[in-house]
Design a protein around this ligand. Sequence first.
Ligand code: IMP
Ligand code: MG
Length: 172
Amino acid sequence: MPTPGKTLISTPQIRKRVKILAREITRHYRGKPLTVVGLMNGSLFFLVDLLRELPVETRIECWRLKSYQGTRSTGKIQGLDSCGDDYSGRHVLIVDDILDTGLTLHEVTKKIRGLNAADVRICVLLDKQVPRKRDVTAHWTGFQIPNLFVIGYGLDLDHQYRTLPMIRVLPS
Ligand code: IMP
Ligand code: MG
């Protein structure tokens, strides 16, 4: 199958940016008990590349959630009920692939606050420039992108294209 779409962000660009983010995150959390919560499946590649650069004390958890069907958000987050732990005293960093309507990260932040986390922050690879349904701001962002549907580096269209090593845009 030919590689679909057009490259928006290349593999070297991603690699370089992830290293910078990891450095900033490491500096911010020095001396604090950090738990990273990665949202599956979209953040898979970003999460792993970021974690490789974080301190050895970092705890890792993965939450499996779903909100998209094809290229549209269903407006509902599935899977949240079965996720969670007690985060008392922990500084939690939520890692996701993309901030779009804000619904997912709003719900996840709320849930983690309710699990007694000392602090909750957000890191996303991509921030899509769209009007949000919920007021969410990421503390760390890899790249701002226009309102386009993107695939690759973990992002999918109906379960396809996650393994592409770069971010691409499909023709609309
Ligand atoms: P939100 O809840 O609308 O902010 O959407 C967040 C989730 O929707 C992300 O974690 C992605 O899984 C998915 N998503 C949003 N935009 C895209 C896209 O352009 N490509 C692939 N998945 C997307
Ligand atoms: Mg996702």
